[in-house]
Design a binder for this molecule. Structure first.
Ligand code: G3I
Length: 583
């Protein structure tokens, strides 16, 4: 009995250890998961507990709006926002600012006062500089302008736009607001935020064209917020995906900023199980569509518990729009978000795959040590591999795998956004390879990369791919400014990308016993443009198969100073920007 209890206790501990919160899952996705928050609820224990446990981002539902933060012409009221920002910092939550320029929730002194455009401009500039400036470095992103377009794509007429506004026509006032915000905090990401503009339509077209124009002219905009206040009939996923694609292709981020899904409710506020299932699927779809893009960087819900939501008074007969019910029980929508975070495929690009020494990314060679930059799903903490019982580097590390034509590559390290591996030798002879990245058994769609027999890259001392190469003298001391190579000396250059060797390299094996694999392709070296004699080119003792050591005699013709060091293997050359210091 006691044994069984102990086992149960152990099992439940194990369950606890593996239960991942939304913020844990989001951390493995490199995105933020946020909620709109009312600071007056922060001292409610269940509110505080759920918010801080599940989210790594927050924003003020109302507290940062003009009427709340700037209630008198010369009066600012920061207490609520200070509390919110401090709460975020205490709980390692990023803070999103909402919003600086809007037609709603402006104070009466502003809406009812009579101001010339110049005065109105001065008021807005002061507002933006004061608010953004106060939270500079603490609020990482701002909805600078909110809801400036009508559904037909025309600009809304507001106290800020040209009626008479701040004296600028068209999107001029929006541009000006972004410029003021940038100068108030150059580090903050600046967003334009709107609703009914998630998919296709006149409004999303108008926003797209504005962002395109801003990017072309260097107006400082970093992102577009898609609010996503849905009923049970959202825009089609295809149209949302196309819109996110065209926006991120402009080089701006997209964030889902105000997600909620209202459903019919009865007088007691309850929704049917069927509605909640439909709602869950919509949450899952929205998280999934965001995760298709490296440029979609946050998902934020507008509130998180049905206890507090703007929906029921505004859309009577509907509500229950959030992932937790009014008693803080997780709803099907919560599990749907978690499932989408866990199961949506990671995204990789062929351009992200590079030689680990030179960062050349035009092709891969058998046995080349590579880095894949940018996978959108991976371990939050860096893991570095060590050889297993078979003496080889593992092909799975922290639940990560990298496959070339279905063959798992030995891994060197992995962390979200970066994995280093050795291209399996058996890709030799292929002209292309299908590369797939896998995390927690979820695979990316494959990308095609070119395969070439060799792809030499020289390791550099600061791992930048340029400047001083990783070269040792005959006594294994690093060649440097204080220990330059002398003409006639033999130096040891470290590289990768030599291709197939003889004897053949075994994937992931360390070079410990001679004979070490010699590249089948011819190896030659130039220093400062002068041919130098190669005395040895083969695996390096203690390093993994695929790492190459080249011993080379510095020719008597080489001049003094930092000289380009270039390795040719077969028909390919190493980077032209690696150097060696010569006496
Ligand atoms: O501050 C007064 C308070 O003094 C008064 O006692 C109380 C009584 O009704 O009203 C309070 O003001 C309310 C305010 O929220 C603060 O709680 C307003 O009536 C109410 O209309 C206002 O609603 C907010 C709404 O924006 C106003 O436009 C919602 O909470 C807020 O969720 C909503 O958020 C917007 C985003 O900012 C932009 N996108 C759409 C989204 C939903 O409408």
């Amino acid at each position: 009995m006691r044994k069984r209890l102990r086992l149960l206790a152990l099992l439940s501990l194990a369950a606890l250890a593996t239960a991942q919160t939304l913020r844990d899952l989001a951390a493995e996705r490199g995105i933020r998961i946020g909620a709109a928050v009312d600071p007056s609820h922060l001292n409610e224990s269940q509110y505080d507990y759920t918010l801080s446990r599940e989210f790594n981002q927050l924003t003020a539902e109302n507290a940062m709006k003009f009427e709340a933060i700037h209630p008198g012409i010369r009066t600012y009221s920061f207490n609520d926002v200070d509390a919110l920002v401090t709460y975020g910092e205490k709980n390692q939550m990023a803070v999103r600012g909402h919003t600086l320029v809007w037609q709603n929730q402006n104070p009466a002194w502003l809406t009812e006062g009579t101001f010339t455009p110049a005065e109105r401009s001065a008021i807005l500039e002061d507002h933006i500089r004061t608010v953004v400036g106060r939270y500079a470095g603490r609020v990482y992103a701002w909805d600078v302008v909110n809801e400036a377009f009508l559904d037909d794509g025309k600009l809304r007429s507001t106290l800020w736009s040209d009626a008479p506004g701040i004296g600028l026509t068209g999107t001029g006032y929006i541009e000006q607001a972004f410029r003021w915000a940038r100068s108030a905090d150059p580090r903050a990401l600046l967003f334009y935020n709107d609703y009914n503009a998630e998919g296709s339509g006149a409004k999303s077209d108008a926003i797209f064209h504005m962002v395109e124009d801003f990017k072309k002219r260097g107006v400082p905009i970093d992102g577009v917020g898609l609010q996503m206040h849905w009923s049970t009939s959202p825009s089609t996923l295809a149209s949302i995906e196309a819109n996110i694609r065209r926006l991120t292709d402009l080089g701006v981020q997209v964030q889902i900023t105000e997600l909620d899904v209202r459903v019919p409710i009865d007088a007691a506020g309850n929704a049917t199980a069927e509605s909640l299932a439909t709602q869950a699927q919509i949450y899952r779809d929205m998280v999934g569509v965001c995760l298709k893009f490296a440029g979609c960087t946050a998902i934020q819900t507008w509130g998180f518990t049905d206890k507090y939501s703007w929906i029921p008074p505004v859309f009577p007969g509907t509500g229950a729009a959030l992932p937790w019910d009014a008693a803080y029980n997780a709803k099907p929508a919560y599990n749907a978000i978690a499932t989408a975070l866990r199961q949506s495929p990671p995204v990789i690009t062929a351009a992200g795959l590079a030689n680990a020494a030179s960062y050349a990314s035009r092709a891969v060679a058998p046995g080349e040590i590579i880095v894949l930059f940018g996978p959108t799903y991976g371990p939050a903490a860096l893991a570095v591999s060590t050889p297993g019982a078979d003496g080889k580097l593992p092909t799975k590390l922290s639940d990560t795998r990298l496959l070339f034509d279905g063959m798992a590559a030995p891994l060197i390290y992995t962390v979200l956004g970066q994995v280093s591996a050795i291209v399996p030798f058996a890709v030799a002879g292929h002209t292309t390879a299908q590369v797939e990245y896998e995390y927690r058994d979820i695979r990316s769609t494959p990308v095609t990369v070119n395969v070439t027999p060799t792809m030499p890259g020289i390791f550099t001392l600061d791992s930048s791919g340029r400047g001083a190469a990783a070269v040792l003298d005959a006594s294994y001391r690093v060649i440097s400014n204080s220990n330059p190579a002398a003409r006639g000396d033999t130096v040891l250059v470290f590289a990768t990308g030599a291709g197939v060797t003889d004897p053949a390299g075994a994937d992931g094996a360390l070079s410990l016993t001679a004979p070490f694999g010699k590249p089948v392709a011819a190896v030659s070296v130039q220093i400062g443009g002068e041919d130098c004699t190669v005395t040895y080119a083969a695996g390096a003792y203690g390093l993994v198969a695929g790492a190459l050591q080249v011993n080379v005699e510095v020719s008597s013709k080489v001049r003094s100073g930092d000289q380009p060091l270039v390795l040719r293997i077969g028909n390919e050359y190493s980077q032209s920007v690696a150097t060696i210091r010569v006496k």
